[in-house]
Design a protein around this ligand. Structure first.
Ligand code: AHM
Ligand code: MG
Length: 334
């Protein structure tokens, strides 16, 4: 019989990889894994909302029904609050940082940036959504926490991951020593190691972009799309176009099959749409750790110095050869 390794066991086994680790990061990852299971349970019931009660009504326990993104936000923050290893959370759902000041978190060393439910507009139509998170260590653990400590470059991440609530639910994470994927086995309620040491193919044939915005794209991106559509059997073109509209799901598919995901600047989003701190940085860290690449067309995503919490950036992420081809087109046109 093959040995099943649960997320909890794996995290503990890997703790020895960190010279400074005293178990706090392991506990933090474990807390995120537990919150992910709770959110998964609610996401799976999403279609039942009309039967069980929608916003404004109360459920059987007398609790108000919440929109799922608000629910997910509350679950992750509450897990981080009670875990005691995290002192600040930056979430897509809140304008400002949430400072956790409790007796258990007084000496907490970690900062978490999170998009609790990415792609939430897909919930209504039963399409995959995800959670994306990024973990940093405090740079000045003694003093009072300042916003500058949160605004660290992606290179400073100590861990990052995502959960995809799809046809099965998976948690994929890295601590800078490769990428591992765990699938939730609902019968035992555990994430089990299913995708050890994930590697993204160096090249691929899938491009993933919201082509409805074509007229709003920079010329280099328009030219790249045309390049993908040209027939040339030696380079496997025309490429396949796949766009789910949930970044986690699009990036996850490309991680497994090879491909490139593009969200460029557009005339309506001149800085790009996706957020650096809790969408682009964590996925860039994972994709780089899996052997891929993530840039804004010119710079490595992880090298961008954030200026504000909800900063946006264009992003091109995926198989090295495909990302480099996009960069060629972009740089030729400016
Ligand atoms: P959200 O955080 O409001 O859900 O938005 C992020 C999502 C990404 O998951 C996805 O890649 C993108 O927005 C889709 O945007 P668009 O509808 O413009 O293609
Ligand atoms: Mg999002």
């Amino acid at each position: 019989m093959t040995k099943v390794i649960t997320l909890g066991q794996f995290i503990i086994e890997k703790q020895a990889d960190f010279p400074y680790a005293k178990g706090e990061l392991s506990r933090l990852l474990r807390d995120i894994g537990i919150a992910a299971k709770i959110v998964n349970r609610e996401v799976n019931k999403a279609g039942l909302v009309d039967i069980l009660g929608d916003n404004g009504t109360t459920n059987i326990q007398g609790e108000g029904q919440k929109k799922l993104d608000v629910y997910a936000d509350e679950q992750f923050i509450s897990a981080l609050r009670s875990g005691g290893e995290c002192c600040v959370v930056a979430s897509e759902e809140h304008d400002d940082c949430i400072f956790i000041d409790s007796h258990v978190s007084r000496n907490a060393k970690y900062i978490v940036c999170i998009d609790p439910l990415d792609g939430s507009s897909n919930i209504d139509v039963n399409v995959s959504v995800g959670t994306i998170f990024s973990i940093y260590r405090r740079t000045d653990p003694g003093g009072p926490i300042r916003l500058e400590e949160v605004l660290q470059k992606g290179t400073q991440q100590v861990a990052a991951g995502y959960v995809i609530y799809g046809s099965s639910t998976m948690l994929v994470y890295t601590t800078g020593k490769g990428v591992n994927g765990f699938t939730l086995d609902p019968s035992i309620g555990e994430f089990c190691l299913s995708h050890p040491n994930m590697r993204i193919p160096l090249d691929g044939t899938i491009y993933s972009i919201n082509e409805g915005n074509y007229v709003k794209f920079p010329q280099g991106v328009k030219d790249y799309i045309k390049y993908c559509q040209v027939e040339e059997p030696e380079t496997n073109r025309p490429f396949t176009s796949r766009y789910i509209g949930s970044m986690v799901a699009d990036v996850h598919r490309n991680l497994i099959k090879g491909g490139v995901f593009l969200y460029p600047t557009t005339s309506s989003h001149p800085q790009g749409k996706l957020r650096l701190m809790y969408e682009c940085n964590p996925l860039a860290f994972i994709i780089e750790q899996a052997g891929g690449k993530a840039t804004d067309g010119w710079r490595r995503i992880l090298d961008i110095q954030p200026q504000e919490l909800h900063e946006r950036t264009p992003i091109f992420i995926g198989s090295i050869a495909m990302v480099e081809k996009v960069e060629e087109f972009i740089q030729l046109k400016t």
